[in-house]
Every structure is written in structure tokens, then in C-alpha cells.
Design a protein around this ligand. Structure first.
Ligand code: NAD
Length: 464
């Protein structure tokens, strides 16, 4: 896999920033129709590039077209939602009157923040990269995107798409790696969208502080899934097999570990193995022979995931399924791990690969106390038929999102459902109105009304 070489150095990055900044006054005044036209151009160029997109993601992660279409459908749904709602979002929002403001006009006026930077990750590059762009355009901003260097073919295709849609550079792609990201972060953007791990999230937030840029940080972590004693075990195993193994586990909201009640633990593990096999090795020829089974993005991530499993194995974990690694094509067999202990790295770091840990539990308080002791997750899942049990987990834990009796489906299925994390897993919300709001300034406007009382009665000297 080649690395992206068209790396602009600092001066070029700053020049691109300045060129775009000069357009802010004009673009921020654009009408809903003009903004929708920009969104349509981006969508048309993206959909027209489908053959190039398929080729890129096949080379990068071994994904097949239907998986990639899922990404494009999410983008299309978002674009259509914006089209239907933008005029309403842009309209001023009146504040209800108070005694002190009777006769005055008080409202919120949404205006563009101005310059928006998008630093997306590589694991679903088109939706992760372009979804914030759609919202930023809807809000009347100009945008620079630096796609992830970990998916260089997709980075190149994204650059081509943007060039086709915006020959005038209103949206600009700057390709490159950490050096390009660092140079961009030195520029005085007004809002930054960052999607990636939280180590870099900290770097982004610190850099943003230099210019008091607002940030939307979409990060990851370890997402728990809980299967209680009342759960439909087969259903839980089926859905978790898909939730964890699609995109070879390289999804921020994929379940990372499962707590299964001790009364259903073994049945659940057996069902998980069965369902993963039925899904990704249906003819028994081997997971690696299935053209639909994806690969890990690069050698670094391959070695990282392998090290997590090897460390667990060495410390006494049981590899119930999988545990096979082939560096040459970055193949990792779907892997199920049990008998883990807290000292294992697999219990401390986000796995972000086709590996899942299953642990038995006896008391639900045990689960709650474990989850609460760790960073607040991006997503959590509960499989249960018991309403009281679901509500117990809902009330006693926190996460960016929580799902009952399914997983992963809270993203990309409903433009009214905001997406985001909490503290370590994220700051801010994406999707629909939320993205628009993140890169808008909701300006407070107060218009004085007709003169009813002499304003002097309100001002000093008050004793008169
Ligand atoms: P990545 O390595 O591609 O990084 C994302 C961006 O940060 C890239 O543009 C990269 O160039 C830039 N970057 C990397 N190091 C940098 C540095 N030192 N300084 C400045 N910029 C730098 O992505 P990743 O971190 O490998 O992505 C995987 C992570 O992203 C996982 O933790 C996953 O959970 C998370 N993720 C979250 C979401 C979400 O919506 N919450 C979505 C996808 C992925």
C-alpha cells in the first residue's frame, strides 16, 4: 500500500487556508438554495465515483460493494434530510416573551462560524469524511478536509470527488499525514471536526484552544454489551456477530466486550461461534477464502490487534474461536476470547478489530461497577426481555448512545438521532440539525420595541 505523497508543507497549507478564508464573507451569506446546490454537487460527484470508491476500499480493507454502499446510503439520507429541512434550520427562532421583553423581538439567528476543518478517520472514510462537510456547507461555511493517510487510495478518490464538485475550491482537500494535520491545526479555524482515537483527540483539542476554535470530537473506546439472564440468547449472538465482525471490527460503535449472565454464558459463547461461522464462513472453506470477509487496514493495526490477543493468550485467556493471524494480507480470523483478567491489555485498550471478549457475571451491580470504573463509552448495548433490567442498566451507566436488543443500528438509520460520545469517547454531536448547529453560531438577537416607557426610568440615578 502506497502512502500519500502530495503532502503540502506548512506554507502551502497556510496559503490554502488564507485563500479560503477570503471567501467566508460571501459564502456565509448564501441562501438555502445555494447551499443545497453545493450539497447536491458533492453528492453527485460522490455517487458518480462509485467504481473508484469500490476499488479503493477493496484494496484497503477488502470490503465488497454492498458494504460500501451502506456508507453511501447514509450520506445520501443525510443530504436529503438537509435538503428537506435547511430552510427551517436557517430561519430565526423566536424566544418566548418574558415580562421584561414584552414588545421586543428576541430570537436566535444562525450564522456560519466561517472556516471549518475536518480530520476524519479511515474506517468508513466517505461517510466519516463527508458527513461533517454536508453539515458545514448547510450552515454556510467553507471547509478543508484532510482525509486519513491510513486509507491513501480513498484519500485520493475523495480529493478527486471534491475537485470535481468544487473546482473553485470552496471545499478543499489537503492530502497528507500527521505533518499536514499539524500544519492545518496551526491555522485559525473556527470549528474543527476530528474523528479518530482520543490520544490524537487531545492534540486536536489543545491546538483548537490556541485559537479558541470550537470542536466536535468523535472518538472511540471500549463499548460494553450486556446479555442478561432473560435475553434471547440466539438473537443476541446473531446481532453481536454482525455488530462486531462487520468491517473486521473496525467500527467505533462495535461492541468491544460482552458481559453475559452466568446462567446463559456458555450458551451465548456457543451461539456466537455458530453465528459468526454461519455469517462469514458459510461454506466451511475458511474465513480467509470468503471474498466478503474484510482485512485490517494496515500492518500497524494488524500487529496491534495481534499483540492484544497474544498478550491475553500468554496470561491465560482462552481463545474459543479464531486467534489466527496472517501478516501478508493482514488477515485476522474472527476471534472470541474468554477467561480474561483485568491485567490483560485486551481489557484495557480499544480492540478495533475482529476480536470480541466475553465475560460471565453473577450480579448486575458487578457489571455497572465495572463499566463505571472505565472511560465513558461511545455506545453500550443491552440484550434483555426484562424491562426493569434494561432500565436499571440505562439509569446506572452512561455512554454516547445505548441500544436495547440490537447493536450498531443507532448510527446512520435516523437523521433525527444524534451521534456522539461523552467525555473520553467524544464531545459534541453529529447528524442532521446537530451538525448544522455545531458549525453555526446561534447568535442571540434582541430588537428594541416601540417606546412605551421612557428608558431613563430604568437608568441611574435610581434613587429618583
Ligand atoms: P487516524 O489515524 O486516521 O486519525 C484521524 C486523523 O487524525 C487523520 O487525519 C490523521 O492524519 C490525524 N492525526 C493522526 N495523528 C495525528 C497527530 N499526532 N496530530 C495531528 N493529527 C493527527 O484514525 P484512527 O485514530 O486510527 O481511527 C480509529 C479511531 O477512531 C478508533 O478509536 C475509533 O473508535 C475512532 N472512531 C470514532 C468514530 C466516531 O464517530 N466516534 C468514527 C470512526 C472512528
Amino acid at each position: 500500500m502506497s502512502t500519500v505523497v502530495s503532502l503540502p508543507v506548512n506554507n502551502d497549507v497556510r496559503a490554502s487556508f488564507d485563500r479560503l478564508a477570503a471567501r467566508v464573507p460571501q459564502v456565509s451569506q448564501s441562501t438555502a438554495e445555494q447551499r443545497i446546490a453545493r450539497i447536491r454537487r458533492l453528492m453527485a460527484a460522490t455517487l458518480a465515483a462509485r467504481p473508484r470508491i469500490y476499488e479503493a476500499v477493496k484494496a484497503e480493507r477488502g470490503l465488497s460493494p454492498p458494504d460500501v454502499d451502506g456508507e453511501l446510503v447514509m450520506l445520501k439520507m443525510e443530504a436529503e434530510h438537509i435538503e428537506q429541512n435547511l430552510a427551517d434550520w436557517m430561519s430565526d427562532k423566536s424566544a418566548p416573551p418574558s415580562l421584561m421583553t414584552l414588545g421586543k423581538k428576541c430570537y436566535l439567528h444562525y450564522e456560519a462560524k466561517g472556516m471549518v476543518l475536518v480530520l476524519p478517520s479511515w474506517n468508513a472514510p466517505y461517510v466519516i469524511g463527508f458527513l461533517p462537510v454536508l453539515g458545514a456547507l448547510a450552515a454556510g461555511n467553507v471547509v478543508i478536509v484532510k482525509p486519513s493517510e491510513l486509507a491513501p487510495q480513498s484519500s485520493r478518490v475523495m480529493a478527486e470527488i471534491v475537485k470535481e464538485a468544487f473546482p473553485d475550491g470552496e471545499v478543499t482537500i489537503i492530502e497528507g499525514g500527521v505533518e499536514a494535520a499539524t500544519a492545518l491545526l496551526a491555522c485559525p479555524f473556527h470549528h474543527i471536526f476530528y474523528i479518530g482515537n482520543n490520544t490524537v483527540g487531545r492534540i486536536v483539542m489543545r491546538a483548537a484552544a490556541e485559537h479558541f476554535a470550537s470542536v466536535t470530537l468523535e472518538m472511540g473506546g471500549k463499548n460494553p454489551s450486556i446479555v442478561d439472564a432473560s435475553a434471547d440468547v440466539e438473537d443476541a449472538a446473531l446481532k453481536t456477530s454482525w455488530g462486531r465482525m462487520c468491517n473486521a471490527g473496525q467500527a467505533c460503535i462495535a461492541p468491544d466486550y460482552v458481559f453475559a449472565h452466568e446462567s446463559v454464558f456458555q450458551r451465548y459463547v456457543d451461539a456466537l461461534v455458530r453465528e459468526i461461522t454461519a455469517m462469514y464462513n458459510p461454506r466451511g472453506e475458511g474465513f480467509d477464502k470468503n471474498p466478503e470477509y474484510p482485512r485490517v487496514i494496515n500492518a500497524r493495526h494488524f500487529e496491534r490487534i495481534k499483540a492484544l490477543v497474544e498478550d491475553a493468550r500468554a496470561k491465560g485467556a482462552k481463545i474459543v474461536m479464531g486467534g489466527e493471524f496472517r501478516a501478508e494480507d493482514r488477515y485476522i480470523a474472527p476471534t472470541v476470547v474468554t477467561n480474561t483478567t483485568p491485567d490483560m491489555k485486551i481489557m484495557q485498550e480499544e480492540i478495533f478489530g475482529p476480536v470480541i471478549v466475553v465475560m460471565p457475571y453473577r450480579d448486575r451491580e458487578e457489571v455497572v461497577s465495572y463499566v463505571r470504573k472505565h472511560d465513558k463509552p461511545l455506545a453500550s448495548y443491552v440484550f434483555s426481555k426484562d424491562r426493569e433490567s434494561w432500565e436499571f442498566f440505562l439509569k446506572n451507566t452512561t455512554s454516547g448512545s445505548m441500544v436495547l436488543n440490537h447493536n450498531v443500528v443507532q448510527s446512520g438509520t435516523n437523521p433525527y438521532l444524534p451521534f456522539g460520545g461523552v467525555n473520553h469517547s467524544g464531545i459534541g454531536r453529529l447528524v442532521g440539525f446537530n451538525t448544522f448547529a455545531e458549525c453555526s453560531n446561534a447568535r442571540t438577537v434582541f430588537e428594541e420595541g416601540p417606546k412605551v416607557v421612557d428608558p431613563r426610568t430604568m437608568f441611574p440615578p435610581l434613587t429618583d
